[in-house]
Design a protein around this ligand. Structure first.
Ligand code: GLC
Length: 488
């Protein structure tokens, strides 16, 4: 007899390829297929049936005009029940349910700058997603929610299962991708749905009506997207005021490093780069650097080419990168910054370009195609993040032989091994959050770069790392398994 599949209800605000704003979209796009493909020996013999549910965001509605209709359902609300319509698409073998309804249908960005608008949308989404499972009579063994946007599903589940046989055996895992985004004070919206704030005193009083803290209180297990971040959130520096509460849950907090899609990110087969190469043909990589310098109008030279790829916001330390480069003007670098974000940081990057037109380029746009050419042609990736729950760019960069120079924080600590003279690692790490920290790390990196053999050793170490999703999926499967054993 084939064993019953373990049913995982997987809720997220975004999931590639349907909608992707940041790293969460990559995770929700790549982890579910990796979970489904795990061999039975690591899932306790039970195959994993993972159903991903995301909001049917306005921008997705425009791109996907006619998905298959699944069902309509009602979400109870004091002012009258609100109807959700649910659709389904199959992308690359993975089923995605898309939930629409009045708070979701408006032509809004995926994340609004307005807490209230976001709260209305994501709390409705979270409650509708739970209702969907019931409507489909698909009793989940595990509810796996991500970040504040879906945390209220965890909180509601915890209340429901005391009285509702349908969810009695459902256990929950809430994954933290970015702790500072707590979801704002949702007292009024929750009251509309008949959900009282908690009285539980282990949460600080201010947090008792915020979605993420409520989810963290109610979740059977919690995970963070790297082991180091799982430890950092217990400290005042990274705990966002929740560190003491999180300490009470320490036994249930796991750190699991994200992976990358190693088929989609492979310099040997990447059709988007001028000259494919592998660890055995690393010399070919040079053609990509030359092409990039020509494309961006930088002098074609051997000087190290530094790249920054990512959101231009405070978290990512764009200002630290610029400050560090200013301090290191005597080093022979060229640099390209690609990304969009805060107007202030974008303009800091533009000023840097006007001051140093012969060595700096600010490309202020979202350009996934150019990012591939940067990973393939850049010598070093700058990643001076103030905090970094996991980080994706450093893993892609290493796979492409582009050596990360990064702050020793969160997932950067867990994925990069610092290089020392005579002891090549996979990159260069620094702790200091002033531009001076980056400058010192750049000095060390430039020293290593002088010696072609030493440099290649670092590049090859990085290219040999296993950042595949299978490794992470096994860890998640273990937690699912453990929780479902506890439930039965
Ligand atoms: C958030 C974090 C980033 C992480 C991503 C996916 O965007 O800032 O560090 O890699 O989530 O988990």
């Amino acid at each position: 007899m084939t064993p019953e599949p373990m049913k995982i209800l997987f809720l997220a605000a975004e999931a590639a390829p349907l909608v992707k704003v940041g790293g969460l979209g990559d995770v929700a796009g790549s982890l579910p297929p990796a979970l489904r493909q795990l061999p039975p020996e690591v899932t306790g013999g039970r195959p994993l049936d993972v159903r991903v549910v995301i909001p049917f965001h306005g921008e997705v509605q425009q791109r996907l005009p006619a998905p298959e209709w699944v069902t309509n359902l009602l979400v109870e609300r004091a002012s009258g029940a609100v109807q959700a319509r649910v659709f389904k698409v199959n992308a690359g073998g993975q089923v995605y349910y898309l939930i629409s309804g009045p708070p979701i249908d408006q032509p809004l960005p995926v994340y609004s700058p307005d807490d209230r608008v976001n709260g209305e949308k994501y709390i409705f989404f979270s409650l509708a997603a739970l209702e969907l499972a019931r409507q489909l009579t698909w009793q989940p063994d595990i509810l796996h929610a991500h970040d504040w946007h879906t945390a209220i599903a965890v909180y509601r589940l915890c209340q429901n299962r005391l009285v509702d046989p349908f969810f009695q055996n459902t256990r929950s895992l809430l994954t933290i991708h970015n702790l500072p985004y707590l979801g704002g004070d949702a007292t009024e919206i929750l009251a509309e749905y008949g959900i009282p704030p908690t009285q539980n005193r282990s949460l600080p009083a201010w947090a008792r009506s915020f979605p993420l803290p409520l989810g963290l209180l109610a979740a059977d297990k919690i995970s963070a997207v790297s082991p180091s971040y799982a430890r950092e959130i217990l400290t005042p520096e990274f705990g966002c005021g929740l560190q003491d509460f999180l300490a009470t849950r320490q036994q249930d907090i796991h750190g699991i490093l994200n992976g990358i899609d190693t088929a989609a990110w492979d310099p040997a087969t990447d059709p988007g780069i001028p000259r494919p190469y592998s660890i055995d043909t690393l010399d070919l990589r040079r053609a990509n650097k030359t092409a990039l310098q020509e494309e961006l109008g930088l002098p074609v030279s051997d000087d190290p080419l530094l790249v920054f790829i990512g959101r231009m916001d405070n978290q990512k330390g764009v200002d630290l990168a610029i400050e560090g480069l200013r301090k290191a003007l005597e080093l022979p670098w060229q640099a390209v910054f690609l990304g969009t974000g805060s107007a202030l940081l974008e303009s800091a990057a533009r000023s840097m370009e006007s001051e140093h037109p012969d060595r700096f380029r600010a490309v202020i746009r979202f350009d996934a195609a150019l990012s591939r050419r940067l990973y393939a042609g850049g010598d070093m990736l700058l990643m001076p993040s103030r905090y970094e729950p996991c980080g994706l760019a450093q893993m892609i960069a290493m796979r492409y032989g582009c050596v990360p120079v990064a702050r020793a924080t969160g997932g950067l600590i867990d994925s990069i091994r610092d290089s020392r003279p005579g002891s090549p690692g996979t990159g260069f790490l620094f702790s200091d959050t002033s531009g001076g920290g980056l400058e010192a790390a750049l000095n060390r990196a430039f020293q290593a770069y002088q010696n072609a053999d030493a440099w290649q050793a670092i590049q090859k170490n990085g290219m040999e790392q296993d950042f595949s999703w299978t490794r992470s999926a096994i860890e998640y499967a273990k937690i699912y398994h453990q929780m479902s054993e506890d439930a039965s």
